[in-house]
Design a protein around this ligand. Structure first.
Ligand code: AVI
Length: 336
């Protein structure tokens, strides 16, 4: 599973039963999130944060997306790790403190343990329960690696506790999750990471590269409609979170590569004129009007090197697949 901690920030809102009234749900929900969602829906160009794609069904749909033939990032990144893992280990060295940003089920990092042989593994995830389960299974398989799971919301400023050694920290951020931040947000996030790395720290990150628009469009608008379901499911989630009355059947999935902005955009488009109501607000949508739900930025090696430089890192190795569709980059912390 490759969901990031940042994008799962909203999952803690999911405890309420289906029978609970909307008012109860809101009363128990995060009022800041409700205000944020309402403000986004009321904006001239309506938009929502992509984190609301990830309720429990959304997370399962994302796992299904990762299996689709059109969705190349997951398997391409895996092939890069399989082909170049030994080279990565030679460059990075063994015995680091491996800090897994948005660890989920820890599977990607665990795949690297035999090569990187970290002395300490620090998986970070918003969900403590989810993380503890994954780590207790992993600790049995790798009893010699110290493991310190941390339940942290990486969408807020973070600092690591004293028990996490400060030397040779290797931050791991696979899956091109960095692409779901706008470039200025990506720089701010990676600066946070840099602040948590000493001069001996590094970053191993997966980045999706610019390629033919047809390949990109298909990856985000697959033939059997899994990505459409993933996007539309956000409306169910919003109904739950803010007591809205979105009728999913009145909306359609739209995804395309915006070459000027170097990003895939996902939108939900009203099939006909309609009004959506929620606790404390409403919005009329004309036929064809859209809600912008997600961006997935694509980089060149050079444009991502620039992001790294602005965050205080310098790329020292880049591994790609034969088609040059995806990159795994190792970057070292640069001293101020
Ligand atoms: C999680 N993230 C890296 C995915 C992406 O490719 O931007 C989310 C996604 N959205 C639609 N398909 C996959």
């Amino acid at each position: 599973m490759t969901r990031t901690a940042v994008l799962r920030a909203v999952q803690k809102d999911e405890g309420s039963s289906d029978e609970a009234s909307n008012a109860d749900r809101i009363a128990h929900g995060d009022r800041a999130a409700v205000a944020e969602i309402a403000a986004g829906l009321l904006a001239a160009d309506a938009r929502t944060s992509p984190k609301y794609l990830y309720d429990s069904l959304g997370s399962k749909l994302f796992e299904a997306i990762c299996e689709l033939p059109e969705y190349y990032p997951t398997r391409t990144e895996a092939s890069i790790f399989a082909q170049h893992g030994e080279d990565m280990a030679r460059r990075i060295g063994t015995g680091s403190t491996l800090i897994d940003l948005g660890a989920g089920n820890c599977a990607k990092a665990a795949g690297l343990f035999p090569l990187l042989q970290p002395q300490h593994y620090v998986p970070i995830d918003i969900s403590r329960e989810f993380l503890n389960e994954a780590v207790s299974r992993l600790q049995q398989r790798f009893p010699k690696i110290a493991m310190t799971p941390l339940a942290l919301d990486l969408s807020a400023p973070f600092s690591l506790p004293a028990q996490v050694g400060t030397e040779h920290r290797l931050f791991f951020y696979p899956g091109s999750s960095i692409g779901n931040f706008a470039p200025h947000e990506a720089i701010a996030f990676l600066r946070q990471v840099r602040e948590n790395a000493s001069a001996t720290g590094g970053l191993l990150i997966g980045v999706d590269l610019i390629k033919d628009a047809e390949v990109l469009d298909a990856a985000y608008d697959d033939a059997i409609g899994v990505t459409a379901a993933f996007n539309l499911n956000m409306l169910r989630h919003l109904n739950h979170l803010i007591g809205a009355d979105f009728d999913v059947r009145q909306w359609q999935h739209v995804a395309f590569f915006n070459a000027d902005e170097s990003r895939i955009e996902m939108h939900l488009e009203a099939r006909h004129a309609l009004t959506v109501r929620w606790q404390g607000g409403e919005r009329h949508f004309a036929r064809g009007e859209r809600i912008h739900t997600e961006d997935s930025y694509k980089y060149t090696r050079e444009s991502f090197a620039d992001v790294l430089a602005q965050a205080g890192f310098a790329a020292d190795a880049v591994w790609t697949d034969a088609d040059g569709w995806f990159a795994v980059i190792h970057a070292r912390a640069v001293s101020d």
